[in-house]
Design a protein. Structure first.
Length: 162
Protein backbone atom coordinates (compact mmCIF):
# COMPACT_ATOMS: atom_id res chain seq x y z
CA UNK A 1 0.00 0.00 0.00
CA UNK A 2 1.01 3.60 -0.39
CA UNK A 3 3.12 5.06 2.42
CA UNK A 4 0.71 7.97 3.00
CA UNK A 5 -2.22 5.57 3.52
CA UNK A 6 -3.01 5.61 7.24
CA UNK A 7 -5.43 2.64 7.38
CA UNK A 8 -5.55 -0.85 5.90
CA UNK A 9 -8.86 -1.22 4.08
CA UNK A 10 -10.68 -4.51 3.60
CA UNK A 11 -13.94 -5.87 2.28
CA UNK A 12 -15.59 -9.16 3.19
CA UNK A 13 -17.89 -11.19 1.01
CA UNK A 14 -18.87 -14.63 -0.18
CA UNK A 15 -16.69 -14.67 -3.31
CA UNK A 16 -13.98 -12.72 -5.09
CA UNK A 17 -16.41 -11.80 -7.87
CA UNK A 18 -18.93 -10.44 -5.35
CA UNK A 19 -16.41 -8.19 -3.62
CA UNK A 20 -14.75 -7.06 -6.86
CA UNK A 21 -18.11 -5.81 -8.13
CA UNK A 22 -19.09 -4.06 -4.91
CA UNK A 23 -20.04 -0.38 -5.28
CA UNK A 24 -18.19 0.24 -2.01
CA UNK A 25 -14.90 -0.08 -3.90
CA UNK A 26 -15.55 2.60 -6.52
CA UNK A 27 -13.72 5.42 -4.73
CA UNK A 28 -10.84 3.10 -3.81
CA UNK A 29 -10.41 2.04 -7.43
CA UNK A 30 -10.53 5.64 -8.66
CA UNK A 31 -7.90 6.73 -6.10
CA UNK A 32 -5.83 3.55 -6.60
CA UNK A 33 -6.05 2.60 -2.92
CA UNK A 34 -5.42 -1.08 -2.22
CA UNK A 35 -8.15 -3.10 -0.48
CA UNK A 36 -7.83 -6.59 0.99
CA UNK A 37 -10.46 -9.06 -0.23
CA UNK A 38 -11.52 -11.35 2.63
CA UNK A 39 -13.72 -14.07 1.15
CA UNK A 40 -13.44 -16.96 3.59
CA UNK A 41 -16.14 -17.16 6.29
CA UNK A 42 -13.49 -17.42 9.02
CA UNK A 43 -12.15 -14.01 7.97
CA UNK A 44 -15.21 -12.37 9.55
CA UNK A 45 -14.30 -13.72 13.00
CA UNK A 46 -10.58 -13.10 12.66
CA UNK A 47 -10.98 -9.51 11.54
CA UNK A 48 -13.14 -8.68 14.57
CA UNK A 49 -10.29 -9.47 16.94
CA UNK A 50 -7.48 -8.24 14.68
CA UNK A 51 -8.08 -4.50 14.79
CA UNK A 52 -4.67 -3.30 13.62
CA UNK A 53 -1.49 -4.47 11.98
CA UNK A 54 1.88 -2.75 12.44
CA UNK A 55 0.11 0.25 13.98
CA UNK A 56 -2.21 0.58 10.96
CA UNK A 57 -5.92 0.37 11.77
CA UNK A 58 -7.95 -2.21 9.83
CA UNK A 59 -10.99 -0.45 8.34
CA UNK A 60 -13.94 -2.04 6.54
CA UNK A 61 -14.98 -0.29 3.34
CA UNK A 62 -18.62 -1.27 3.98
CA UNK A 63 -18.90 0.29 7.43
CA UNK A 64 -19.00 3.81 8.74
CA UNK A 65 -18.03 7.03 7.05
CA UNK A 66 -14.89 6.83 4.95
CA UNK A 67 -11.82 8.90 5.64
CA UNK A 68 -9.46 8.67 2.68
CA UNK A 69 -7.58 11.77 3.63
CA UNK A 70 -8.30 15.14 2.16
CA UNK A 71 -11.10 15.33 -0.36
CA UNK A 72 -10.30 17.17 -3.56
CA UNK A 73 -11.93 20.55 -4.09
CA UNK A 74 -14.19 18.95 -6.69
CA UNK A 75 -15.28 16.19 -4.29
CA UNK A 76 -15.97 18.70 -1.52
CA UNK A 77 -18.01 20.86 -3.88
CA UNK A 78 -19.98 17.86 -5.18
CA UNK A 79 -20.68 16.65 -1.64
CA UNK A 80 -21.74 20.09 -0.41
CA UNK A 81 -23.96 20.68 -3.44
CA UNK A 82 -25.43 17.17 -3.14
CA UNK A 83 -26.25 17.63 0.55
CA UNK A 84 -28.18 20.83 -0.11
CA UNK A 85 -29.75 19.53 -3.34
CA UNK A 86 -30.95 16.27 -1.75
CA UNK A 87 -31.79 17.52 1.75
CA UNK A 88 -35.58 17.35 1.38
CA UNK A 89 -35.45 14.16 -0.68
CA UNK A 90 -33.19 12.47 1.90
CA UNK A 91 -35.52 13.48 4.72
CA UNK A 92 -38.50 12.12 2.78
CA UNK A 93 -36.77 8.77 2.16
CA UNK A 94 -35.59 8.51 5.76
CA UNK A 95 -39.03 9.33 7.20
CA UNK A 96 -40.93 6.98 4.88
CA UNK A 97 -38.52 4.09 5.18
CA UNK A 98 -37.45 4.58 8.80
CA UNK A 99 -38.25 0.96 9.63
CA UNK A 100 -35.54 -0.13 7.17
CA UNK A 101 -32.99 2.70 7.11
CA UNK A 102 -31.04 4.37 9.87
CA UNK A 103 -30.00 7.37 7.81
CA UNK A 104 -29.80 8.70 4.26
CA UNK A 105 -26.70 10.63 3.26
CA UNK A 106 -24.86 11.90 0.22
CA UNK A 107 -21.87 9.70 -0.54
CA UNK A 108 -18.32 10.39 -1.61
CA UNK A 109 -17.59 6.67 -2.01
CA UNK A 110 -19.74 6.20 -5.14
CA UNK A 111 -18.61 7.09 -8.64
CA UNK A 112 -20.70 4.91 -11.00
CA UNK A 113 -23.47 3.38 -8.86
CA UNK A 114 -26.63 5.27 -7.84
CA UNK A 115 -26.57 4.17 -4.19
CA UNK A 116 -25.33 1.59 -1.69
CA UNK A 117 -26.09 0.40 1.81
CA UNK A 118 -23.48 0.90 4.51
CA UNK A 119 -23.40 -0.50 8.03
CA UNK A 120 -22.88 1.89 10.91
CA UNK A 121 -19.42 1.65 12.47
CA UNK A 122 -20.69 -0.23 15.55
CA UNK A 123 -23.11 -2.53 13.69
CA UNK A 124 -22.53 -6.02 12.39
CA UNK A 125 -21.64 -6.20 8.70
CA UNK A 126 -24.00 -7.66 6.12
CA UNK A 127 -21.66 -10.58 5.35
CA UNK A 128 -21.45 -11.55 9.04
CA UNK A 129 -25.26 -11.42 9.28
CA UNK A 130 -25.47 -13.70 6.22
CA UNK A 131 -22.99 -16.19 7.72
CA UNK A 132 -24.80 -16.30 11.07
CA UNK A 133 -28.17 -16.81 9.35
CA UNK A 134 -26.70 -19.71 7.37
CA UNK A 135 -25.59 -21.18 10.72
CA UNK A 136 -29.22 -20.89 11.93
CA UNK A 137 -28.33 -18.23 14.51
CA UNK A 138 -30.81 -15.61 15.65
CA UNK A 139 -29.57 -12.36 14.18
CA UNK A 140 -31.21 -9.05 14.74
CA UNK A 141 -30.80 -7.23 11.46
CA UNK A 142 -29.36 -3.79 11.93
CA UNK A 143 -30.64 -0.81 10.03
CA UNK A 144 -28.34 0.29 7.22
CA UNK A 145 -27.36 3.74 6.05
CA UNK A 146 -28.41 4.53 2.49
CA UNK A 147 -25.69 6.46 0.69
CA UNK A 148 -26.70 8.14 -2.54
CA UNK A 149 -24.61 9.36 -5.45
CA UNK A 150 -25.80 12.93 -6.17
CA UNK A 151 -24.39 12.90 -9.71
CA UNK A 152 -26.02 9.68 -10.90
CA UNK A 153 -28.88 10.05 -13.44
CA UNK A 154 -31.13 7.61 -11.54
CA UNK A 155 -30.86 9.67 -8.36
CA UNK A 156 -31.45 12.89 -10.30
CA UNK A 157 -34.60 11.36 -11.87
CA UNK A 158 -35.85 10.19 -8.45
CA UNK A 159 -35.32 13.66 -7.04
CA UNK A 160 -37.19 15.18 -10.00
CA UNK A 161 -40.12 12.76 -9.43
CA UNK A 162 -40.12 13.65 -5.72
Amino acid sequence: MKKEQKDIFYITGESRKAVENSPHLEVFNSKEVEVLYLIDPIDEWVIQSLTEYESKKLQSVTKGDLDLGKLSKEEKATQKEGKSKYKKHSTFVKNNFAQNRKEVRVSTRLKDSPCCLVADEADMGANMERILKMAKQDVQESKRILEINPTHPIMENMKAMY
